[in-house]
Design a binder for this molecule. Structure first.
Ligand SMILES: N[C@@H](CCC(=O)N[C@@H](CS)C(=O)NCC(=O)O)C(=O)O
Length: 243
């Protein structure tokens, strides 16, 4: 019955699943991977190298949306997927919206600043990993950051386009929350969880489990400050629904 979450502690898609598992009150173990060394290990068990990957009784599920669906099927108590078909469709639509319009853009926009600060980002990558993780990452960092910049297209004009996409997505969500307390149906669902967890690196909630700095380096922090009012509802979700 063992549940293992293969993850990066810094990853907001992994936070989506940490939150889902905690919300359901499930027992699980975290297996933290070092970026770069995860490729081979993940490709040995699932089609792609990305995390989160859930391991349950020798069965592997890859991708945050697929994992939440799997958890709701196997552990139906405290469902995150609404049962009524209309609300379910709506929740899945919002989750996809957040996975596509927030996830990759928060990541690109944040790493654009963070990769210039190896002293800050290396401890994020090494947290909860092997004792030699920090020294190893320091050694490979010049190569790792080049690979990350290339894979995530961390360059102009893509970084500015991501900022605009994010601002629009935050506005779309703010408008939706101005009209109702939850994105789909009458209660907290995977849609609200996706929105809050994928935006969380911007407001750094303690429940995320990462050792955050008191502020992000510039120019990232100034942009985050400019979004503070719109990010408040997501911080509230953390206070109310993330134990
Ligand atoms: N759509 C995927 C995205 C997962 C994803 O992008 N994971 C990143 C970390 S945030 C990753 O593992 N990157 C390394 C890789 O792809 O090898 C999901 O929802 O799980």
């Amino acid at each position: 019955m063992a549940i293992v979450l293969h993850q990066f502690p810094i990853s907001h898609y992994c936070e989506k699943i940490r939150w889902a598992l905690d919300y359901k009150g499930l027992d699980y173990r975290l297996k933290n991977h070092l970026p770069g060394l995860h490729f081979k290990k993940m490709k040995a068990v699932v089609p792609f190298s990305s995390v989160p990957v859930l391991e349950h009784d020798g069965h592997y599920v890859q991708g945050s949306a697929a994992i939440i669906s799997y958890l709701d099927t196997k552990f139906p108590a405290r469902p995150l997927t609404p049962q009524a078909s209309e609300a379910r469709e709506e929740a899945l639509r919002w989750e996809t919206f957040c996975d596509d319009n927030i996830g990759p853009h928060v990541r690109r926009f944040c790493y654009h600043t963070l990769l210039d600060h190896p002293d800050l980002v290396i401890p994020f990558f090494a947290q909860g990993g092997p004792f030699w993780g920090k020294a190893f990452l320091r050694m490979i960092f010049p190569k790792l950051q080049g690979v990350m910049r290339k894979a995530m297209q961390i360059r102009e004009p893509q970084v500015s386009e991501s900022r605009v996409t994010l601002e629009q997505a935050i506005q779309t969500l703010s408008q939706a929350y101005g009209e109702r307390p939850y994105l789909a149906g009458e209660q907290f669902s995977r849609a609200d969880l996706a929105a809050a967890s994928l935006l969380a690196p911007l407001f750094m909630p303690p429940q995320y489990g990462l050792k955050w700095p008191s502020t992000m380096p510039e120019p990232l922090q100034s942009w985050v400050d400019s979004q503070a009012e719109s990010l408040a509802p997501f911080q509230r979700f953390y206070q109310e629904h993330r134990r």
